[in-house]
Design a protein around this ligand. Sequence first.
Ligand SMILES: Cc1cc2nc3c(=O)[nH]c(=O)nc-3n(C[C@H](O)[C@H](O)[C@H](O)COP(=O)(O)OP(=O)(O)OC[C@H]3O[C@@H](n4cnc5c(N)ncnc54)[C@H](O)[C@@H]3O)c2cc1C
Ligand code: SF4
Length: 343
Amino acid sequence: MREFDYRRAPDVSGALALLDDDADARCLAGGTNLVDLMKSGVERPARLVDVRELPLDRVESTPDGGLRVGATVTNSDLAAHPDVRDRYPVLAQAVLAGASGQLRNMATVGGNLLQRTRCAYFTDTTKPCNKRLPGSGCPARDGEHRNHAILGASESCVAVHPSDMAVALTALDAVVHYETADGAGTLPVGAFYLPVGDTPHRETALPAGALVTGVWLPPVPVAARSRYRKVRDRASYAFATGSVAAAALHEEAVRDPAFGGPVGADLAHYHVATHADIPEIEAHWVPDSESDPDDPLDIRGIGEVGIVGAAAAIANAVWHATGVRHRSLPLRPDRVLTAGHRA
Ligand SMILES: Cc1cc2nc3c(=O)[nH]c(=O)nc-3n(C[C@H](O)[C@H](O)[C@H](O)COP(=O)(O)OP(=O)(O)OC[C@H]3O[C@@H](n4cnc5c(N)ncnc54)[C@H](O)[C@@H]3O)c2cc1C
Ligand code: SF4
C-alpha cells in the first residue's frame, strides 16, 4: 500500500485548503469504498482529507419547501429522517435498497454519490481498463458484463454507476452543492455524472479539488407518492441489475358494485391528486369588454380543466410513445397495454 498523508479537516475552509494544496488529495468520508480501492491499488491518493467531522451532517427544510441534505449525513440517518420518508419516500427506499445496515451506518451522502464503479476489471489492477488506465482497453465488452449498461454505454466503457441513491436523486431533480478554493457551485444530478463517451476516466463534472457540501431536494409534491424498485441477485445486499425511481399522479375512484360505496378503507387510499400536487400557476386573465364585474356569473376563478395539466401531459406522453390516443382517464397500465402500439 502506498504511504499517504492523513489530515482531519477542522472546517469547510480548512478542508478546501488541504484539498487545494495537493492535487493527489482525496476526501475520506465513511471510507467504505475508498479504503477498499486503496487496498487493491486502484486508488493511490497521496493525502486523505477526513471530512467526517465537518458540520455537514444535517437534513434541513429550506424556505422554498425543499430539503437540504448535508454531504456527511450517513445513509442510515438519511433513510430514517421523517421528512425524507414522508416527502421523498423514493429516496429512503433507494438508500435502504443499497448495501447492508452496517455499511449504511458508515456511508455518507457525498461518498455514495462519488463511489466508483463495481466493474470487476476496474477493481482488478492486473487487467486493462479504460476507466482506470485510459487507452488500455475494455475487457468487459467481450467478457463479464452482467449488471453493466444497456443504455449509455460506449465503445470505451460499458460500466454503470453503482449508486441507488443517485437514481432516486436524478428522478427528484436534485442539485449537488460543492465548494472549491475558488468558490461555491451547483450541479443538477442529471449533469453531475458525465456520459462515458471516450473519456470514461472522467466521471463527474465536479471541478478539481471540490468538496461536495450537500444535496438540495426541490419541493416535488408528487414525490410523496414515489417508489424505488430494484432488481438484484439477492435481497440481503447486492448491486442493481436494474432499478427504477418513479413518481406518478393517479386517480380512480372505484366503487364496490354490490354496495355502491368506495372500495378501500378511506379516501386517502385513492391517492387522489390534490392542490398540493399542482405546480405554480401564472394566470393570464383575458377580460371581456362586455363583462360586468358585478355579474355573479362573470369570471371568478380558474377552472379545473385549466389548472390540472398533469393528466393531459401524461396522455400526450403515452400518445407520443405508443401512437395511440386515449380518450378516457385514468390511464391505467392495463388500458395502455391492451390498446397496443401503432407504428
Ligand atoms: C459489500 C458492499 C455492498 C454495497 N452495496 C451497495 C448497493 O447495493 N447500492 C449502493 O448504492 N451502494 C452500495 N455499496 C456502496 C456504498 O454505498 C458506498 O461504499 C458508500 O456509499 C460510499 O460512501 P462513503 O462515505 O463510505 O465514501 P468513501 O469511501 O469515504 O468515499 C468514496 C468517494 O467519495 C469521495 N468523497 C466522499 N465524500 C466526499 C465529499 N464530501 N466531497 C468530495 N468527495 C467526497 C471520496 O474521495 C471517494 O472518492 C456497497 C458497498 C459494499 C462494500
Ligand atoms: S466497462 Fe469500463 S470500467 Fe469496466 S473494464 Fe471496461 S472501461 Fe473498465
